[in-house]
Design a protein around this ligand. Structure first.
Ligand code: GLA
Length: 665
């Protein structure tokens, strides 16, 4: 990446060739350097089976090349044309309740369908062959947001594919019966043919079967992706390949199993402008997507210039918010800022979704802000290859997420992303940079590892955490972690069995709180409160930092600290209120030797550093409603306002941004 790429989804098929000429002019004016093109073009380029019409698309590609705009060229397979499902209705996906979905929207394909995959691969072969070596071709964009609308399909084709997947995983039906605990409720299988997807059943379907269906469904979509990737690798080796993950964080796909097959990872991000803390959730997603490739720059492949159309109420982004959000992505490692979409369509379901060129055309606030940001990003190409570094890791695992949110658990209030954000937000507010990593990753490079609700923990992960702490690491584990193995079978002998020695305690019983309930917590004698959960903890060497303040558990441990080997392991038996969790994490980070990017920043200012060849880039982003002044540790120039003049203090307007070059950490 030699610059920060800027642009958006470009859907020229909605417009006449005269508009394409105006598009290219405006793209130049707005410093657009990359467009994602062709995402929904299948019906236009293959109007009848095997009959291709690429002429118009050639013109578009040539115009892009002539205009110096790179194409992130889509494989065009995201929305099959009506003729395909009419000829092969069996490609249409089926919901868990047996309803077969219709064509007429998009993503109307069963990911396991060999018919869909075959037709998609045939089209990709055509597209790749035609545009191999084209000067506009920079990168491939496979499909679009896999798993967005169709998270899982329950049709008979999927059922057969599931059985194959299970045969691969378990080898024998006995092994499957053991993994799925099928002695329970007389569920024992005698033959693979008896197994079905976990469709709607009289009551809770087998949890291990549900968990495997999540795994299988992620793999089924990955299978579609790999089918296309194989064609591209063969026809255009050397052209990088990506696909856009659904933001903010997507439950349906295990990104960790996808990203090894991508050359660069991409995310779509649509925080709600009505949500004053939407940027925190977005930051979490950016830290996660960056960490899936161990810090390699990633692409913000879509965001909205202003409002979306798909929430029940859609706020525009107020002036400056789009710029601030875009810089936040760059601060957290993005090497591209793209939008959905270039030109707002007059018809179709997304006609009220904002675009870089709105219905009102060039003379609009949104376009002016888009063009200004384009020029600004183009002025700092040196940022593109720099990287974010973090001392803190938060563990995230899709298997555990899927298992945590299954039915018939002690409480329905356990939600993985809530748990993540509850622990991430105080670190974010303290300007402590985090990676969000898979639990199997080597952790010794981190000073602190935070484990919110890692319910499913296989023996390898438990060992990873044990050796991390034994080697001197600082660990924070929240409740209901380390409860089951990879088959959702509870560890016996006192929770959380695989970590009891590390944490120096045993959990005897779970005491989830009633809906909306809270419980008192006494931290070093100071009263606080907590929500969601409490539990009966027996210490086995850990010291008690906080006790429950009221109810049946009054006086019993709520937060503990244990030394283990050369390290320290903290345990949170509840979800302390935000201020208390912040105070605890401030204490824990200080003990672990973790520093904020800059100490003492005004409330609402986000600070992140990217490390580059010529120095460190400090990003300061003001999410507050007031202008603030930030004094720098040493004079540094703001690359966005006056790159030649070092300054000692930066004045940040509300939604203001500064990018300083210097040495800060
Ligand atoms: C997703 C899709 C786009 C568009 C946007 C609208 O990100 O990939 O095609 O529908 O949502 O927000």
């Amino acid at each position: 990446m030699d610059r920060l790429y800027y642009g958006g989804d470009y859907n020229p098929e909605h417009w006449s060739p005269e508009v394409w000429d105006e598009d290219l002019k405006l793209m130049a004016e707005a410093s657009v350097s990359m467009v994602t093109v062709g995402i929904f073009s299948w019906a236009q380029v293959e109007p009848r089976p095997g009959e291709y019409d690429f002429g118009w698309f050639d013109t578009v590609m040539d115009k892009l090349a002539a205009g110096g705009v790179d194409a992130c060229l889509a494989t065009m397979t995201a929305s099959p044309p009506p003729w395909l499902s009419q000829r092969h209705p069996e490609i249409l996906p089926v919901r868990v309740d047996g309803t077969r979905l219709s064509a007429g929207a998009r993503q109307q394909f069963c990911p396991s369908s060999p018919v869909y995959r075959e037709h998609a691969a045939r089209l990709v072969e055509q597209v790749a062959t035609r545009y191999a070596g084209h000067p506009a071709l920079k990168m491939w964009h496979i499909g679009n947001e896999f798993g967005c609308h169709i998270r899982a399909c329950y049709c008979d084709v999927s059922a057969a594919a599931f059985r194959d997947w299970l045969r691969d995983r378990y080898q024998s039906i006995e092994a499957l019966n053991a993994a799925w605990s099928t002695t329970f409720w007389s569920q024992r299988y005698g033959d693979w043919a008896e197994i079905e997807p976990p469709r709607v059943a009289p009551t809770f379907p087998n949890p291990a079967q549900q968990l495997d269906y999540h795994r299988f469904s992620s793999d089924a979509s990955l299978g579609c992706y790999l089918t296309e990737r194989e064609v591209l690798s063969r026809v255009t080796p050397g052209v990088p390949v990506t696909t856009n993950f659904v933001g903010l964080v997507q439950k349906a796909l295990d990104w960790h199993s996808w990203t090894p097959h991508e050359d660069v990872v991409s995310l779509d991000s649509y925080p709600d402008p009505y949500d004053p803390r939407g940027h925190v959730e977005a930051a979490f997603a950016y830290d996660l997507v960056r960490s899936t490739k161990d810090g390699q720059p990633w692409l913000l492949l879509e965001q909205a210039p202003s409002a979306v159309n798909w929430r029940t109420r859609n706020s525009p982004k107020p002036p400056g918010a789009m710029r601030l959000g875009s810089w936040q992505a760059v601060a957290r490692g993005a090497a591209a800022v793209l939008f959905f979409q270039w030109r707002q369509t007059a018809g179709g379901a997304e006609k009220f979704h904002s675009a870089m060129v709105p219905h009102g055309g060039r003379d609009t606030r949104a376009y002016r802000e888009v063009a200004d940001l384009g020029r600004e990003l183009a002025s700092v190409p040196q940022l593109a290859g720099s990287r974010v570094k973090a001392d803190v890791a938060i563990l995230h695992d899709w298997n555990s997420w899927w298992a945590l949110e299954l039915d018939s658990h002690p409480s329905d209030d356990l939600r993985q992303l809530d748990a993540h954000l509850a622990h991430y937000a105080p670190l974010f507010d303290a300007n402590v940079t985090c990676d969000v990593v898979r639990p199997t990753r080597e952790l010794s490079g981190y000073k602190l590892v935070v484990v919110p609700n890692l319910y499913l923990m296989d023996a390898g992960v438990a060992e990873n955490l044990r050796s991390y702490v034994a080697g001197g690491g600082h660990l924070v584990v929240s409740f209901f972690s380390g409860i089951v193995d990879e088959n959702d079978r509870a560890y016996l002998g006192g929770y959380p069995a695989p970590l009891r020695d590390v944490l120096g305690l045993k959990v005897d019983e779970f005491w989830p709180l009633p809906e909306g309930g809270s419980i008192g917590l006494s931290v070093d004698g100071t009263g606080a409160s907590a929500t969601i959960w409490s539990e009966w903890v027996e210490t086995e060497g850990a010291s008690v930092v906080a006790t429950f303040g009221d109810g049946e558990l009054a006086g019993r441990p709520g937060v503990t600290r244990n030394t283990f080997g050369d390290g320290v392991a903290w345990y949170l038996a509840t979800r302390p209120d935000a201020a208390t969790l912040r105070a605890l994490l401030d204490r824990i980070t200080a003990e672990a030797g973790v520093s904020p990017v800059l100490p003492g920043l005004p409330e609402g200012v986000q600070a992140v550093v990217r490390h580059g060849a010529e120095g460190q880039y400090l990003f300061l982003l003001n999410h507050g409603a007031e202008a603030v002044t930030v004094t720098l540790p040493s004079p540094a120039p703001d690359l966005l306002t006056d790159p030649g003049r070092p300054t000692e203090a930066v004045l940040l307007a509300p939604r203001g941004v500064a990018v300083l070059l210097g040495s800060f950490t």
